[in-house]
Write a protein that binds this ligand. Structure first.
Ligand code: SAH
Length: 367
């Protein structure tokens, strides 16, 4: 565990989970089954069951002999996530799950059903090293990075809930994934990118989702934003800005001391240029801290003319913090200032508030 109060970019290496099928790309899966003394096509069969049919229990894989099922199961399907608690709200349309990982650390994921889409909000790290003072996850520091399979499993768990009828009247598959749960995804770049490949690669290599439905949200790790822009994937990038000026942003998003507003936005514009995708600017409105009209105007000047969309998020108060959401009038004035400058802007519909499942509330304290 890191010391609360410091920024941690390198995660501790202990607590690594065992290797899982979903950690591997198709070539690595073939090599892994060959190591077990099995023909390589077993890798393809296993992938069809796991990714194509969401069937995690190898005893149901009847096209493999019982002996081979046992071998593959023991070598490549360790249990990674155990549900500790499942909470639902918003009339059943939001479900938060608290997971225990193999080393006892806990993470959370949130499934949200809408009429036309289903969004899974996933964690990329146990805890977070970015230390943003308004965010519940940031307060406990970083425990460790999640593995690719631990991230993919969160999405697959949501997909299974939907298949089993969790949200009647909504879609029956996960259409969107947002890396807005616990952790800073770009500080766990390799595992996150591996997970994204498992999500978007076509069955049986992966789940066959659209990259356009996946959002990577970051505090602004500039070199990693530039790396992501070169991956050739039309992912959506969300940048957690929260202030247009370095003086305030240094305190709200401590990494700003290393990568200030100007550099973060330049990286975002480069991302938009290379991918053709509109960048989302996340701005949590905090009463009397960052919600002044002059800051809205300053923000508008920085964003005007770029391929961008602003997401205003009413602050979800976290325990022990003196901060609260902006007054309705101030929120409206902030919104209007951006609209007047013709910067596309919406106010985020915050799901999951009553179950501590909304943005920045994930703290994995439920037991
Ligand atoms: N580390 C990444 C992703 C996780 S947080 C990032 O910071 O972008 C996902 C979003 O929730 C971020 O925009 C974050 O700033 C926001 N958030 C954190 N705490 C919040 C709170 N208490 N109220 C509203 N939004 C919050």
């Amino acid at each position: 565990m890191s010391v609360p109060g410091e920024i941690v970019l390198e995660a501790p290496r202990r607590g690594r989970p065992p290797r899982h099928l979903a950690d591997l790309d198709p070539a690595e899966r073939r090599a892994a089954v060959a190591e077990l003394g099995l023909p390589e096509y077993r890798a393809d069969q296993a992938s069809r069951h796991w990714f194509g049919r969401l069937e995690a229990d190898p005893s149901a894989w009847t096209d493999l002999s019982p002996a081979d099922r046992t071998l593959v199961g023991e070598a490549l399907l360790p249990s990674l996530l155990a549900p500790v608690r499942e909470l639902s709200c918003d009339g059943g349309a939001t479900v938060k799950t608290v997971w225990r990982l193999h080393d006892g650390s806990r993470v959370e994921s949130v499934l949200m059903g809408y009429r036309d889409r289903v969004t899974m909000c996933v964690s990329s790290q146990a805890g977070c090293g970015m230390n943003c003072p308004f965010c519940a996850t940031g307060q406990a520091g970083l425990t460790r990075n999640l593995s690719t399979a631990e991230i993919v499993e969160q999405v697959v768990a949501g997909a299974r809930l939907l298949r089993d009828g969790a949200f009647p009247g909504s879609r029956d598959r996960v259409t969107n994934v947002v890396f807005m749960g616990m952790g800073e995804p770009l500080a766990n770049y390799r595992a996150v990118l591996g997970a994204i490949h498992r999500l978007v690669d076509p069955v049986p290599a992966g789940l066959g989702m659209s990259a356009r439905g996946i959002t990577v949200s970051t505090v602004g790790l500039v070199p990693r934003i530039l790396d992501l822009s070169k991956e050739g994937l039309p992912l959506r990038l969300a940048v957690s800005l929260h202030a247009p000026d370095d003086e305030l942003r240094d305190t709200l998003v401590p990494l700003n001391v290393r990568y200030p507003v100007r550099e973060v936005l330049d990286a975002a514009w480069e991302y938009a240029d290379r991918t053709g995708r509109r960048v989302s600017i996340e701005y949590a409105l905090i009463k009397d801290i960052n919600d002044q009209r002059w800051r809205a105007e300053m923000l508008a000047r920085l964003l005007q003319g770029h391929l961008v969309h602003v997401n205003l998020i009413p602050l979800n108060p976290t325990p022990g913090s003196p901060w609260t959401a902006s007054d309705a009038d101030d929120e409206r004035a902030f919104l209007r200032a951006l609209e007047e400058a013709r910067v596309p802007v919406t106010v985020r519909d915050t799901r999951g508030r009553e179950i501590d499942g909304a943005c920045g509330q994930l703290a994995a304290t439920a037991s």
